[in-house]
Design a protein around this ligand. Structure first.
Ligand code: ADP
Ligand code: MG
Ligand code: MG
Length: 854
């Protein structure tokens, strides 16, 4: 099987085999772009290497040698020859992992070829690239720390050696360091150099930072990296040369405008390392206008070809432009939405493609909002950096990555490195003193969807005193700051945040999603305010209104408590009469807001003791209100105690014992409906009975309710109401078909269904679920995302058996997981009618529902 491909033999669809970098270099070669030529060793070869013995097989070596020969033909240069071929050895995984693995430049130099280049070009250039090669080789292949080389360079600089001899001297000392450290000479045979580098790049797949990056980004451990061997071009040849990175659009704001940075007379790595401060690409328009135009044209060509914003690396060698890499650029969530919508309008992509490009997670990030105009008007920024990654963040200053323990922090660093990854992933935002928009901090922050302000020139960090200074203001670690990734501004203290659902494109995407999705999306909302917010995000109804939440307000809790502690039916009924008007009014408000949209109201569900007082003062008050002694009260409370309340006297079991509770609630609902009817509002009501386990249980309660309503309200037939049940016990899933003969609808209560299927209490699961995730026993908490294998299977049994006889039976889901994209996809495939989730997750659910239907 072929293990090595020339660039001209590949294409962009071969990412898994050739890696992203290699497949795109091949694609660009075929498009006729100016690409220094080379060949690619496949990810399969890497995996063979990693899984077997960690040696290069003779077969592979032979294939590589053949390709060197072909490359020599293509370039007219010879490896180690008088017209020496120099190459870079570049890692490249199928999924881009920027800066995580290694690349070695200038390979092919040795004591002979460097002299040839010295004569051909000049000795300062020849020895500078040779010394750099030695340094990179020593670091990446032999693990000799770069600092040692940096120290040697510093020392040598003090000696005032003339420019022509400096790098010659430096090379000598580097080779010396190599020899002292390893007790061997620096390898002189280019083929030997190459094989050692290939091994090192294969191994770099398993270095620590790459492992962390894969974990954070859910990247498969078994993909492996390809290795690209490519002819060198030199951006550091003279002042007519340079190197840079550019995005075809602005990755922070989404604007359709080329955006990038470059350095004159510099070699590749310099720009990513953030050592020298680069110039904005617009500057090239003046200094190298024809190259600038040429570059713009390639950018457009690539964007049109890939139909995605491109992140392009380029080098100019003595006035000639070369493209070294292109890939779909990482962007902030804000820019992601802007670009997707813009590209639809430019007819570059379809609405469906635009929707598929948006990560539901990004919507959450966007909804984190922006600083309120009011506080922006009041506060003067302490300083300003670059808007590295859009968003805003408020948090405590933390100066070391390992000290970031909670999201209430902002990691403040001079510059970030891959060692900071774990801290960055926890912190709310990132602030750096150095580095441009393509520096590590900004790139990683964008990929994490985190706010980042990069390269604030007035920021200094003192790790001895644990203080930072921004301009004249000195701040201690632990003090609060606020950073704005849209403007780059930094503020002292905590700025007020406005939820910014103001982004026009956000609504555009939601609108498109709405017309594409099949599932309805409803909200879990208990109050009129909740309902209003949900409607702003296009909720199509209420999927769960938890009536008990209406009782927790201060003036209602007392009659509620009286009701619970009552000993007789009369007592209980009289407290219920006090509660009824409150409940009725709440429903009137909700019906007025929802109009004809469905409202699913769940009757009282939690164990009653949740409402009871605990403090002595409150107990006193209750005994007075009820005119019973403290001793009597305590006796009654004791009777209510349960060993296992979540499996105890709750849900419809309460109504079997005390039917009057549900009767009161249903009266309040119907009276509210009759009331709003006068305003010409015809509410669409679903009355939902919780925790039903048996058919007769449901029938018993439903009959009581209907009988009572018929007696009280002669014109009830004008009201559009249904009585259904929640399915939240495994038994209920198994008898769903039978239940559907009595019930008008079902709604899966996946919180309790998960609790009772796993036998894990949701409220206690936090204590051990993390370990389950760590050991990959569970990939996710089943309370966040429905466990498809078990809980999902029970749901499927219920749906299939019910729909077999009654294909139009209405079924929804109202558990917490209803806002989780994976769960939504499953519900879509199950053909549910709707998902319901909390208000702030509705946009996510709408998007995920559309994505499921594309
Ligand atoms: P990374 O994946 O970390 O971006 P790359 O393989 O892209 O690493 O290499 C980093 C930089 O090295 C490139 O951006 C480019 O500037 C420089 N480089 C790599 N190969 C060559 C080459 N053949 N000629 C000139 N510069 C190169
Ligand atoms: Mg690169
Ligand atoms: Mg429940």
């Amino acid at each position: 099987k072929q293990k090595v491909y020339l660039f001209s033999e590949g294409n962009k669809n071969m990412k898994n085999l050739l890696g992203g970098k290699g497949a795109n270099l091949a694609e660009m070669t075929n498009l006729g772009l100016p690409i220094p030529q080379g060949f690619i060793i496949t990810t399969e070869a890497c995996n063979d290497f990693l899984h077997k013995n960690l040696i290069l097989t003779e077969d592979l070596k032979l294939e590589i040698k053949n390709n060197i020969f072909k490359l020599e033909k293509i370039t007219g240069k010879i490896f180690g020859g008088t017209n020496p071929l120099l190459v870079s050895v570049r890692s490249g995984a199928p999924i881009s992992m920027p800066g995580m693995m290694d690349t070695i430049l200038n390979l092919g130099l040795n004591d002979d070829t460097v002299e040839i280049l010295s004569i051909k070009i000049n000795s300062s250039f020849a020895f500078s690239i040779y010394s750099r090669f030695i340094e990179m080789f020593s670091d990446i292949v032999k693990n000799i720390p770069r600092e040692k080389f940096a120290c040697i360079e510093e020392e040598l600089k003090k000696k005032n050696i003339d420019k022509d001899n400096f790098y010659r001297e430096l090379t000598k000392e580097y080779k010396n360091l190599y020899k002292i450290t390893l007790n061997e000479d620096f390898p002189q045979d280019p083929e030997d150099q190459l094989f050692q580098c290939i091994i090192a790049i294969f191994n770099s797949w398993n270095n620590n930072r790459a492992k962390i990056y894969r974990k954070l980004n859910d990247i498969d451990e078994n993909m492996g990296t390809a290795v690209n061997i490519q002819e060198m071009v030199f951006g550091n040849l003279n002042n007519n040369s340079g190197t840079g990175v550019a995005f075809t659009r602005n990755p922070a704001t989404g604007e359709n405008d080329i955006f990038g940075e470059y350095l004159i007379n510099a070699q590749g790595e310099d720009i990513v390392a953030g050592i020298r401060t680069p110039l904005p690409i617009s500057h090239m328009k003046e200094t190298m206008p024809s190259i600038y135009e040429e570059f713009l044209a390639y950018g457009k060509q690539l964007e049109n070809h890939y139909k995605e914003m491109q992140d392009i690396e380029f080098t100019i060698e003595n006035g000639k432009l070369f493209i070294l890499q292109t890939r779909n650029g990482k962007r902030s969530p804000y820019a992601g939405i802007k670009m997707a919508v813009a590209m639809v309008k430019e007819n570059l992509i379809s609405k469906e493609e635009a929707i598929m490009r948006i990560n539901p997670k990004d919507i959450t990030i966007l909804l984190h909002g922006s600083f309120s105009q009011e506080s922006l008007n009041k506060e003067m920024p302490l300083g300003k950096g670059l808007a590295g990654s859009a968003g805003i963040a408020v948090g405590k200053i933390v100066l070391r990555s390992e000290d970031v323990v909670d999201p209430d922090s902002i990691l403040v660093r001079t510059e970030t490195s891959p060692e900071d990854l774990s801290g960055m992933s926890i912190a709310n935002g990132i602030l750096t003193a150095k580095g441009g928009l393509t520096s590590h901090g900004a790139v990683v922050a964008r990929s994490m969807g985190k706010c980042c302000v990069a390269g604030c020139p007035t920021l200094t960090i003192n790790l001895e005193t644990n203080k930072i200074k921004i301009g004249n203001m000195s701040l201690k670690e632990g003090e609060y700051i606020s950073i704005d990734g849209y403007s780059g501004n930094i503020y002292k203290g905590k700025l007020k945040i406005d939820l910014s659902d103001e982004i026009e494109e956000f609504y555009e995407i939601l609108n498109w999603s709405k017309s594409i999705k099949k599932l309805s999306v409803r909200m879990n909302a208990d109050t009129p305010e909740d309902c209003q917010r949900g409607l702003r995000y296009f909720a199509e109804g209420v999927g769960l209104c938890r009536t008990e939440h209406m009782f927790f307000k201060t003036n209602r809790i007392w009659p509620m408590r009286e009701m619970i502690v009552s000993d007789t039916l009369e007592e209980r009924k009289s407290s219920l009469e006090k509660l009824k008007p409150y409940q009725k009014n709440d429903f009137i408000e909700i019906f007025k807001i929802l109009k004809e949209k469905p409202v699913n109201i769940r009757l009282l569900d939690p164990p009653l003791h949740e409402f009871l007082p605990t403090t002595p003062e409150e107990l006193q008050k209750l005994s007075k209100l009820m005119k019973i002694s403290m001793a009597e009260l305590k006796y009654r409370l004791q009777k209510l105690e349960e060993h296992n309340p979540m499996l105890g006297h709750r849900g419809c079991r309460l109504a079997v014992t005390y039917p009057e509770i549900y009767l009161m609630q249903c009266e309040a609902i119907i009276e509210a409906a009759l009331e709003v009817k006068k305003l010409n509002i015809n509410p669409n009501i679903e009355i939902m009975i919780p925790l039903v386990a048996t058919f007769k249980e449901f029938q018993f309660i439903k009959n009581k309710i209907e009988e009572n309503l018929m007696n009280l309200y002669p014109n009830i037939k004008d009201i559009n109401y249904k009585i259904g049940t929640m399915i939240e016990l495994p038994r209920t899933c198994l008898i769903a078909n039978k239940l559907s003969k009595e019930a008008d609808f079902f709604s899966f209560g996946t919180n309790d269904l998960t609790q009772t299927t796993f036998g894990i209490s949701r409220d206690d699961s936090g204590k051990f679920i993390e370990e389950y995730k760590e050991h990959h026993i569970l990939e996710k908490s089943p309370f966040e995302s429905v466990d498809i294998e078990g809980v999902g299977e029970l749901m499927k049994i219920a749906v299939d058996s019910t729909r077999k006889e009654n294909p139009n039976f209405k079924i929804g889901i109202c558990g917490e997981q209803g806002g989780d994209p994976k769960t939504i996809e499953y519900c879509h495939n199950l053909n549910l009618n709707y998902v319901s989730c909390s208000g702030f997750r509705i946009p996510i659910a709408i998007l995920a529902a559309a994505q499921s239907n594309i």
